[in-house]
Design a protein around this ligand. Structure first.
Ligand code: NAD
Length: 276
């Protein structure tokens, strides 16, 4: 595989480029994931709330690719936070996926006002000690959330999957992650498509004879992010994977770094509590 891997703080490795399936309906997802696997992706990012775990699992099982060559991530939804409810939600996700172990389980959102993410992570630790999940991590955690889960469980999450793209470059969180051996995974890496007509990105793409999506994905890879772009269009699925035969120079990286405005396309983790 042309895809580099990132070594997590528990010793497991994750492909640096994966495939996201947010907003891909269950009836389409099997075809879309099959396409991604055909192109060469070996990491799939889903979540219980996406409503498509069954179709994702079906595509993986039908691919004929050995299970240990595919990296599967799913996420625990907000409504299921808490120790016992997490154990039950994990069983439900695994039944839907039809897999006997999971590579990475993430707490989807911290939901700080519910105060249940520490108990949730303790349940993750139990699932990991049983061998049902290889690595445990979080998503949308802010620095204080990370500090709390580390202080109260004694375990550092392997991954924090956060909104991250050129207009929300997350320098403070990335520095905290680097100092604590937490891998940074970028969601909505293309700003849900909104960054593809940015003039800086478009002109860099023209200069390099690449597409805007490829330029942004390269920026993520060169920053060291794990990146999980989503598309349902076969030509774009392939385009987003064809990012290992060119590089951005220092000037191009700097030009993209200057696009950071601290603006989100998704919800604010401080207040997001859907499902509660
Ligand atoms: P994205 O930034 O990957 O953008 C996807 C959209 O960009 C597509 O729907 C399409 O409109 C466009 N696009 C993609 N490739 C293109 C190309 N080559 N040319 C032109 N247009 C293209 O957005 P996303 O789906 O929100 O994020 C990626 C993944 O991150 C999700 O599928 C999901 O797995 C994950 N995610 C996680 C969270 C979380 O809370 N943890 C939240 C959102 C997304």
């Amino acid at each position: 595989s042309p895809v580099p891997t990132i070594v997590l703080n528990d010793g497991n490795v994750i492909p640096q480029l994966g495939f996201g399936v947010f907003q891909v309906p269950e009836e389409d997802v099997t075809t879309v994931v099959a396409e991604a696997l055909k192109v060469g992706y070996r990491s799939i990012d889903t979540a219980a709330i996406y409503g498509n775990e069954e179709g994702v699992g079906r595509a993986i099982r039908a691919s004929g690719i050995p299970r240990d060559e595919i990296y599967v991530t799913t996420k625990l939804w907000n409504s299921e936070q808490g120790y016992d409810s997490t154990l039950r939600a994990f069983d439900t996700s695994m039944q839907r996926l039809g897999l006997d172990y999971l590579d990475l389980y993430l707490i989807h959102w911290p939901v700080p006002k519910a105060g249940r993410f520490v108990d949730t992570f303790r349940a993750f630790q139990a699932l990991k000690s049983q061998g049902r999940v290889k690595s445990i991590g979080v998503s949308n955690f802010r620095i204080p959330d990370l500090e709390q889960v580390i202080a109260e469980t004694g375990e550092i999450p392997t991954v924090n999957q956060i909104e991250l793209h050129p207009t929300l470059a997350q320098p403070e969180l990335r520095a905290f992650h680097a100092n604590n051996a937490i891998a940074t995974e970028a969601w909505s890496p293309l700003g849900q498509g909104t960054l593809l007509d940015d003039p800086t990105i478009v002109s860099l793409a023209e200069e390099l004879d690449r597409t805007p999506a490829q330029v942004i994905i390269r920026w993520h890879l060169q920053l060291g992010n794990i990146v999980i772009p989503k598309s349902v269009t076969p030509s774009r699925i392939a385009e987003n994977f064809d990012v290992f035969t060119f590089e951005l120079g220092a000037a191009a990286m700097a030009a993209i770094n200057r696009l950071d405005r601290g603006t989100r396309v998704g919800p604010d983790p401080a207040t997001f509590s859907a499902g509660l």
